[in-house]
Design a protein. Sequence first.
Length: 310
Amino acid sequence: MSAIGNIAAALLPLYGVILIGWAVGGRLPWAAKLFSTILVFGLIPLLVIDKVLAAETRQLMVIPPLMFAVAALMSIPAHRLAQRLGNDFDPKLLSASFSFFNVAFFGVPVSQALFGEVGASTVICAYIGSALYGDTIGYFLIARTKEGARKAATKALRVPIVYVVIGAIIAKLAGVTMPEAVKPVLSIAGTLVSVLGMAVIGLNLAETGRDDWRPKLMTRILAVRQASGLILLGTALALEAALVGILTPRDRVIVGLVALFPIASNVTLFATLLDTNRKAAAVLVALSSAVSLVLVLLVVGLFHSAMPTG
């Protein structure tokens, strides 16, 4: 099967999950919050531990800091756009949406389809950097729309990803490896992460109405975010190649593809857990996911023959 066929086979069923969640969401009002809790406090930490232990040390040294820097810098175009939009869109949700890329739910299937398990380890390193920003500052920003600064910060500190990453890196340095007996469970967990993440988007979409979609506004937001991501991540990778030179060509391709990935489903997970801006988050993530599918398939179709295999 071609690279495009592999990606389509991996992703299209997940988009079907969004549609199913959208269709049944009205009858399952409790499901979105339950799935979000399972993902944030269970399955995502498990997936991160597995991939960190499998990643190469050089990848962990470079990719997470690079992605953290890009995520932080994405707040600048988000802030400028928020000033132009005024009251049309919540600026804190906008900033979180710009900075958090859907690496876990979208990126893992794409990288596996292109490069196998070695691609998944690389893209999880990118997820770590994005998540270390998004699961702390991004979560704080979403919580801040409803809570005071102190309470929002307290809630952000309860998100386990930071502690999980630190613990996993310490375990890797200590030579810990994942037992073979656990790998079948981890394979199922990886699939569930993607399926439940997409389901939350669909379940929240079930609450939306025509007035929530605002196509002109959403198109403007997504266009600025896409351009900003390409510029900032492209610049970061060019600087790494010129000044550091640790990453392989395949690493740079995988990390570079992150610029095409949609807004992280975590934005909808957090909005669901905090019960704030759920509909706006779901619409923005859903539209972003549709655009990213087209962009990734287009780029892979045009450049797959030139992509490195090692």
